[in-house]
Ligand binder design. Structure first.
Ligand SMILES: Cc1cc2nc3c(=O)[nH]c(=O)nc-3n(C[C@H](O)[C@H](O)[C@H](O)COP(=O)(O)O)c2cc1C
Length: 297
């Protein structure tokens, strides 16, 4: 039986949901699939050379891959042309998001890996503003139909690279200031003691152990990835994420909304780009005959 590994980082669950759709399709096609949750402990990372298929899945942060994905790539062994694909999720369908795998690709290329595909899913924002549940449901419904098709393409190793953006690597490099800025920003988080119910959800959820609660007092280290999991998980909205607090999106979305149409407060934002994303995804879904290639590698 063939084997696949998907190295996953997901702050608030969107990318994890997509990765699980890939796992389902891979397993339906008799590819035993491990979704490996990346943490800051790089000592027990599975060796990609032991797998037939290798994928990396992450949310786009400031038009880049989160720092932990780049750290993982740096920790991987060298290979002789190992192929891999990338799955990414973001709140916006803008083409500039295509630059987000540039650095990952550069790191892995030096180690002998070859990227053959990348798949981008628009999912509800966990930062900037809250999409309506109706929109979140539309995004998730689209992903549920599209991901199995694209996972099948990955099994077939069909090339699927997204369009390059002029000066993309330079732009991505500039935006990677986010990585160090967020480590400083993370130290400035605050918790509203009037709202906090001491459930410890923030501490338990932090993927890099950056939050410590000792005798009811909060301490924030310098490893924050700004993945937003802490504030998103807070049941009482007590978390203040410093510089980005005005953009905080708190609490889960209902991605199976069936109620009345919901007027979007930010309905004008990237309106055309969202429409294009749904249209292109719809065309690809409609054109798919539901067949999965007979993988002869
Ligand atoms: C710090 C931060 C930066 C983000 N930057 C972008 C961005 O540049 N472009 C975008 O479309 N979405 C951006 N987002 C939104 C996320 O990419 C999006 O909500 C994603 O689906 C979250 O996935 P996750 O739940 O797996 O973490 C950002 C989110 C965070 C927390």
């Amino acid at each position: 039986m063939k084997r696949a590994i998907i190295y996953l980082f997901s702050g608030t669950g969107n990318t994890a949901k997509i990765a699980s759709l890939y796992k389902d399709t891979f397993e339906k096609n008799e590819v035993d699939t491990t979704v490996f949750n990346i943490t800051s402990d790089m000592t027990a990372v599975p060796d990609p050379r032991e797998y037939d298929y290798v994928g990396f899945a992450y949310p786009i942060h400031a038009f880049n891959a989160p720092k932990i994905i780049l750290d993982l790539a740096r920790a991987l062994p060298e290979t002789d042309g190992k192929k891999y694909f990338v799955i990414k999720s973001s709140g916006e369908p803008l083409r500039i998001n295509n630059i987000s795998s540039n650095k990952l690709r550069a790191i892995l290329k030096k180690k002998g890996y070859n990227q053959f595909a990348e798949y981008h899913y628009v999912m509800p924002y966990n930062m900037i503003f809250r999409h309506t549940d109706e929109m979140a449901t539309r995004m998730w419904d689209t992903a549920k139909s599209l991901a199995p098709i694209e996972a099948a393409e990955a099994i077939c190793e069909t090339p699927h690279m997204l369009k390059r953006v002029a000066f993309g690597s330079l732009l991505a490099w500039v935006m990677r200031i986010e990585h160090s800025a967020m480590r400083v920003n993370g130290k400035c988080f605050k918790v509203d003691k009037n709202k906090c119910v001491n459930c410890g959800a923030c501490e338990k959820n932090c993927p890099v152990g950056n939050i410590k609660i000792v005798d009811g007092k909060f301490a924030f280290g310098g490893e924050c990835l700004m993945c937003a999991r802490c504030s998103f998980a807070c049941p009482t909205d007590a978390f203040d994420i410093a510089l980005l607090n005005g953009w905080r999106v708190n609490g889960r979305y209902d991605m199976s909304y069936e109620g009345e149409p919901q007027p979007a407060k930010h309905g004008w934002y990237c309106k055309k780009a969202y429409a294009r994303y749904f249209e292109n995804a719809g065309k690809k879904i409609a054109a798919n005959a539901g067949e999965i290639c007979n993988n002869e590698r």
